[in-house]
Design a protein around this ligand. Structure first.
Ligand code: PPS
Length: 298
């Protein structure tokens, strides 16, 4: 089995199906038993997100905080440095096997699972978890363009239908509303979750790196943190082949880039006034917890 994502056999677009109450596609459920039996270690760090919320950005920050600007950064793509636990693309080594083979301490591991799907060993080992959330509108726009260029995902269809699918939670990894709320609720009982927001990272990357360092009990000099914050700005990560996914073959960059815009507020270029009203109305009904607030502009 190849380790090289350039050699992946292109899967055809997969269909959503209901998996324990969550819309999923087979490449994220086929390895379910093995993933559920994953043996986490106490110092593992899980990076959890709804797709397109800033996973790659935070992964790169954590990798730099722990391992610095070394050969690893220049030669190993982010999806191998930080394996995607549940992914199982035919002909590619699974995310779970990649995670098992990691030789780093800590191991940085990515998941898009809703909180109830996380393998139990992460809770038993009291692992630190960094959760990143992004406002629903920008998250949806980013997901729409990603679904267009990810040849394993269902075809997104047209934008107006897509909004309805999003509101109904008929997306890969299910409902955005359930995801962000589920993880938020978990934070009330499991103190090792650092819940952060994409918009805050855009507003002040250095401040958010500081908070990450406090959560992870890492002392890094002000200069180091400044350098990391600069190195992970959108334009730098976009031109860096080790972070821009350009070597991942199931993505079609002719349709859209992985590092697309990296902005807060791009939703305004997609929603009509009428679509925005319908969306806001529905949003109010679904997002009842006043303690969880998102910013759609900064
Ligand atoms: S994935 O496929 O779920 O892992 O994607 P994910 O990395 O979570 O999200 C991709 C979006 O994050 C943007 N991104 C960034 N924005 C600002 N700064 C940096 N450094 C950065 N890195 C990634 C990326 O451009 C995608 O958002 P959109 O809105 O589509 O541009």
């Amino acid at each position: 089995m190849s380790l090289d994502p350039e050699k992946a056999v292109l899967p055809s677009r997969q269909q959503l199906f209901d998996f324990h109450g969550v819309s999923m596609i087979p490449i994220f459920t086929d390895n379910w038993e093995n993933v559920q039996n994953f043996q986490a270690r106490p110092d593992d760090i899980l990076i959890a997100t709804y797709p397109k919320a800033g996973t790659t950005w935070v992964s790169q920050i954590l990798d730099l905080l722990y391992f610095g600007q070394t050969e690893r950064q220049k030669t190993i793509p982010i999806f191998e440095r930080v394996p995607f636990l549940e992914i199982a693309v035919p002909s590619l080594v699974s995310g779970k096997d990649l995670a098992d083979k990691l030789t780093t301490t800590p191991r940085l591991i990515k998941t898009h699972f809703p909180v109830q799907f996380v393998p139990k060993s992460f809770w038993e080992q009291n692992c630190k978890i960094v959760y990143v959330a992004r406002n629903a509108k920008d998250n949806m726009v980013s997901f729409f363009h990603f679904d267009r260029m990810n040849m394993a995902h269902p075809d997104p269809g047209d934008w107006s239908n897509y909004i309805h699918r999003f509101m109904e939670g008929k997306m890969v990894f299910g409902s955005w509303y359930d995801h962000v709320n589920g993880w938020w609720k978990k934070k009330q009982t499991y103190s090792n979750i650092h819940y952060m927001f994409y918009e805050d990272m855009i507003e002040d990357t250095e401040r958010e790196i500081d908070k990450l360092c406090s959560f992870l009990s890492l002392s890094r000099s002000a200069d180091e943190k400044k350098m990391i914050a600069g190195g992970v700005q959108f334009d730098n990560m976009k031109k860096n082949e080790m972070t821009n996914y350009s070597t991942f073959s199931i993505l079609d960059f002719k349709i859209s880039p992985f590092m697309r815009k990296g902005k807060v507020g791009d939703w305004k270029n997609h929603f009509t006034v009428a679509q925005n009203e319908v969306f806001d109305e529905d949003y109010k009904k679904k997002m009842k917890d006043p303690t969880l607030q998102f910013r759609t502009e900064i």
